[in-house]
Each structure stands twice: as structure tokens, then as C-alpha cells.
Design a protein. Structure first.
Ligand SMILES: Cc1ncc(COP(=O)(O)O)c(C=O)c1O
Length: 400
């Protein structure tokens, strides 16, 4: 008998956990994902902050199709002048401070962090890198080293030497950034920690300390970028300018692409001592760049980012429930913390059964994640929140 897709998925595709959600996707459109049985799910995760424009946004699909008719890969990154890369670089940099004028295209978030670390060493001649505890910057060896929680990385030691961790929002800890530090790498809003928002001008204090010590200030905006926090980029919301900006996830409108953005003089250090200091075959793939361009253009033209804070306020008001302890948020990047840990899986499972996809965080076992596509209407948010409220009731009743 032929094996089911589920069997092949479990047996022949590498797994990341023993408890995959295993939702069998048929198609996805706008804010909804549909399974093979025709069941509709409100997507409240955006595939972890990716589908900010929803699924299959028409402009993104059209751009991909047009590019398919022109060319795919023609040469490794950095050699040929390709229209979609050029258009994207021009549009992206128009949204950023003048000092963020050059993008190095890559394929994924982790890779962007790897390249940021390499560049920081090359630019400063130092090798020490400071990152924050409870940060997640990716799973490749360098990015993995930035993670403080050794229960994840112990099996892969030794990783990269010279990494120090500081606590996010702890100003005293900034003393650990010294003239030996090549770069400080942090998320402007810590995502996997369960949405840890910067307090008391923390990011400005980090920026100042970096200036004092001539350390590169690197912001990982892979989750916070492209409108998620209510500004195009979170550093604009929190009024700082990084030396290097890491972008990915929502950048491609559902396609895999990432980028390291900085000043041309800094990025172009890869051209000498040694030349070809970093190279990639597929970085800046024309189809991904075409999708990224359409995605960013749509965010701008349709003023989507402008509606984010209103939607955040709506959810904060609507999600009032006795088992909610607090909601931490920055725009549509939210953590709903429950009064007791034991409620969490019931809320997630019940929401799933009733057609709403929410998710866990890596480093917070009391909160669930809400990161809906930015294009939800208020009516849709209202309906989705009703499913969450009934899941909260269900969890509450379970232990009464
Ligand atoms: C803040 C942040 N940085 C980096 C990454 C790694 O990105 P990728 O999974 O595309 O390698 C992630 C992924 O979740 C992330 O959330």
C-alpha cells in the first residue's frame, strides 16, 4: 500500500522535533492556510514573522512569475548586474538612514549573522563578540554561539570562541562592552525570549557604548523588520542607527532571502585583504529579489505599516481574560503570558483544533506567540481573537 504523505514526512524528511505540528497544507491565501481536508486556519504566526503581507500576495506572485520569464541564476553573487537586485537595493536604501546605503544579499537569516560576525572581525581586527542572553540569531555554528542557553548548543561544542553574553535591558552589563569587542549583536526586541521590549532608552545606551569603544553596533531585525513593530524597522521606532542591519524572514514576501546592510565602505571590506572575503552562489537570487522588491513596494504603497499600531491596540483590548497575566508587545509582535504554565499547551491545541494557528517561543514556556500578517482587517482580527478567547476558556475550565 502506498505510504501517506504524513508517513513519508515523518520517515523520509529530517525532523527537528519529535512533536511536529504536521498540519498537511493544501494551499494558503491571504491570512488563511487550508489543510488537505479543506479546513481553514487563521494564520496568527505568519510562519514565524515571514508572511507579513499574508500568503501569496498578488503583487509578489506577479513579480515572481515575471522574473521566471526573464532569467533564473546566471552567475554566482557579485558578478553580474541583475535588475531585481539593483531595484531592491535602491528601494530598500531609500527607506533607511544614509549610512545604511549598501546591501550584501544572502539566503537566510543565520547566514546573515555569520557574515555580520565575519565582517565585524575583519573591520575591527578584534574577535570578541557580545550578544544577549535569551537571544536567538540562527542555528549555524556562529549564530548558534550567540545563543546563551547551552542546553541547545552543548552537543555542538566547541563553537566560536570569544563570545560574551549580556542581559538585555541591563545597563550595568554594558560595561562588558570594551575596546576589545568587535561587535555587539542584538535584536531590538527580543523575540524568542517571549517579546522582551527595550526599556528606558536601552538601545540608545548600547549605541552610545558602542561608539565609545569603537565597537560595531549590529541589530538583528530578522523578526522585527518590514513593519512588524509599527515602523518599517524597529531601530527607527527606538531611534537608533546600527552600523550593520540584519534582515531576512518577511523580506522575501514568502521567499527565502536575507541581507546585511551597512555603509558601502564597511560592506565592501570583503573585496580586499582578502578579496572574495565572503562569497555565495545563490545570495541575491533574482527570483527572490523580485519577490522582495514587490513585497517592500507593496508595504510602502499600501501604507500597511501605518495600520500596525491600531491593530496592536485592538488585540490588547480584546484579549482580556482571567488566565492572561500580561501581554508584551511591540506592534504585531506579541507574547501572551498566562498565569500558569500548564495552560499553555491547551490554549495552543484548542486554538489549532478551532482553526487558529498560534505558537510557542523558544525561551519562554508561559507565553504564546502572536505575529499575524499585517494585512488583517479589524473584523478578521476580531474573529481570530474570539477563537483564542474560547481556547483560554477551555484551558481555564480544564483545571477548575
Ligand atoms: C531574530 C532572528 N535572527 C535570525 C534568525 C535565523 O534566521 P533563519 O532561520 O532564516 O536562518 C531567526 C530565525 O528565527 C530570528 O528570529
Amino acid at each position: 500500500m502506498a505510504l501517506s504523505k504524513r508517513d513519508i514526512f515523518l520517515n523520509n524528511i529530517g525532523q527537528t522535533s519529535t512533536y511536529p505540528l504536521a498540519l498537511e497544507v493544501d494551499y494558503a491565501e491571504g491570512i488563511f492556510i487550508y489543510d488537505v481536508h479543506g479546513k481553514q486556519y487563521f494564520d496568527l504566526n505568519s510562519g514565524i514573522s515571514v508572511s507579513s503581507l499574508g500568503h501569496r500576495h498578488p503583487q509578489v506572485i506577479e513579480a515572481i512569475k515575471n522574473q521566471l520569464d526573464k532569467h533564473l541564476h546566471t552567475m554566482v553573487y557579485g558578478e553580474h548586474i541583475q535588475g531585481p537586485q539593483v531595484a531592491y537595493a535602491d528601494l530598500l536604501t531609500s527607506q533607511l538612514d544614509d549610512s545604511l546605503n549598501c546591501i550584501y544579499f544572502l539566503n537566510s537569516g543565520s547566514e546573515v549573522l555569520e557574515v555580520a560576525m565575519k565582517l565585524a572581525k575583519r573591520a575591527t581586527g578584534r574577535f570578541e563578540i557580545v550578544s544577549c542572553s535569551n537571544a536567538y540569531h540562527g542555528s549555524t555554528q556562529g549564530a548558534e554561539t550567540l545563543r546563551s542557553d547551552h542546553s541547545y548548543s552543548r552537543a555542538f561544542l566547541p563553537l566560536i570562541p570569544g563570545i560574551k553574553h549580556i542581559e538585555f535591558n541591563n545597563v550595568e552589563d554594558l560595561k562588558k562592552i570594551t575596546c576589545r569587542t568587535a561587535a555587539v549583536i542584538l535584536e531590538p526586541v527580543q523575540a524568542e525570549a517571549g517579546i522582551n521590549v527595550p526599556k528606558n532608552d536601552y538601545l540608545r545606551k548600547v549605541e552610545k557604548r558602542c561608539k565609545e569603544t569603537k565597537t560595531l553596533f549590529v541589530l538583528d531585525e530578522i523578526q522585527t523588520g518590514f513593519g512588524r513593530t509599527g515602523k518599517m524597522f524597529a531601530h527607527q521606532k527606538y531611534d537608533v542607527i546600527p552600523d550593520l542591519l540584519c534582515i531576512g524572514k518577511a523580506m522575501g514576501g514568502g521567499m527565502p532571502i536575507g541581507g546585511l546592510v551597512g555603509d558601502k565602505k564597511l560592506i565592501n571590506l570583503f573585496t580586499k585583504k582578502p578579496d572574495l572575503g565572503h562569497i555565495t552562489t545563490f545570495g541575491g537570487h533574482p527570483v527572490m529579489c523580485a519577490a522582495a522588491y514587490a513585497s517592500l513596494k507593496t508595504l510602502i504603497d499600501e501604507s500597511i505599516v501605518e495600520s500596525v499600531l491600531e491593530k496592536e491596540a485592538f488585540i490588547l483590548k480584546k484579549l482580556s481574560h482571567p488566565i492572561i497575566k500580561e501581554i508584551r508587545s511591540s506592534g504585531l509582535m506579541m507574547a501572551v503570558e498566562l498565569t500558569k504554565r500548564k495552560y499553555l499547551k491547551h490554549v495552543v491545541n484548542h486554538s489549532f483544533n478551532n482553526g487558529a494557528l498560534i505558537d510557542y517561543f523558544l525561551f519562554n514556556n508561559r507565553s504564546f506567540r502572536l505575529a499575524p500578517p499585517l494585512i488583517y482587517t479589524m473584523k478578521e482580527l476580531d474573529e481570530a481573537c474570539d477563537i483564542l478567547l474560547s481556547a483560554l476558556d477551555f484551558a481555564n475550565d480544564k483545571y477548575r
